[in-house]
Design a protein around this ligand. Structure first.
Ligand code: TTP
Ligand code: MG
Length: 241
């Protein structure tokens, strides 16, 4: 059974090693379909929170629940099916474009592969490759641009159709036209899912339902863009910076 996408953290404490706590008393409530953005300086704990949503590590104190169920009681395969991840650097393997997309759902049909690629805005560039969907990519995807690799990552996440999505936005600059294409694919991917995004683009942050500002492992502010601007705290400083 897949989760619906209701995710809760209650008073979560966590450290990678005994005696060094990196997240303190983190509380978080995401309703199905909500978009939650994490912002904060380097080392604040953004990636660590997404690691815990993935249950990559056991927490030290507190509770994490999916649809009210303790994360530790959810079957590993159910959790894996419920979560999609799009990271800054997509791992592509040596194989065809179709195989690289199908990695998100191994039994997907050709039609599903094309549908996911279209949703991701990847279909256009794929059609222009010499062998289309059968073109062979090398392991590092070296023959593709960074933007094209991102579009394949979006297609790969879309084909799995997960209720919960974790995004780590790229910081590196791609040209404006490509960025708009990637953004449109991302927007379509996020539609109807609970999304946790480590946000670097201001447009993403502004459009999130809840923005969580992290500092040294603590959530120091949370609210909508307008709430936080009115509050004139850390977010306001970052935004007007
Ligand atoms: P992160 O969670 O990696 O901080 P961040 O994602 O906010 O930073 P960045 O913007 O640079 O990506 O780190 C929080 C703390 O945890 C920091 O002290 C480093 C430490 N840490 C580990 O010890 N092991 C790990 O695997 C990770 C990811 C972080
Ligand atoms: Mg990080």
């Amino acid at each position: 059974t897949r989760v619906l996408g209701d995710v809760v953290f209650e008073n979560v404490d966590f450290g990678y090693t005994e005696g060094k706590i990196v997240l303190h008393d983190v509380a978080l409530y995401a309703k199905p379909g909500q978009k939650i953005a994490f912002v904060g300086s380097t080392g604040a704990g953004k990636t660590t929170i997404t690691n815990l949503i993935n249950r990559f590590y056991p927490i030290m104190d507190g509770k994490i629940r999916y649809d009210g169920i303790n994360i530790n009681k959810i079957h590993k395969s159910d959790l894996r099916q419920s979560l999609g991840i799009v990271l800054q650097d997509t791992h592509l393997f040596t194989g065809t474009v179709a195989e690289n997309i199908r990695y998100g759902k191994l039994d997907a049909t050709d039609e599903e592969v094309i549908k996911a690629a279209k949703l991701a805005n990847a279909d256009g560039f794929i059609q222009h490759l010499p062998e289309g969907y059968n073109s062979i990519l090398t392991g590092d995807g070296g023959s593709l641009s960074q933007g094209q690799r991102q579009l394949l990552a979006i297609a790969r996440a879309a084909i799995a159709n997960p209720p919960v999505l974790i995004l780590d936005e790229a910081t590196s600059s791609i040209d404006t036209r490509t960025e708009a294409i990637v953004q449109q694919g991302m927007d379509r991917l996020m539609e109807g899912r609970t999304v946790f995004v480590i946000a670097h683009r201001l447009s993403t942050v502004k459009n999130s339902d809840v923005i969580m500002v992290l500092e040294q492992g603590r959530i120091i502010e949370k609210g909508s863009h307008n709430d936080l601007i009115m509050q004139k705290g850390k977010y306001y400083q970052l935004y007007t910076g």
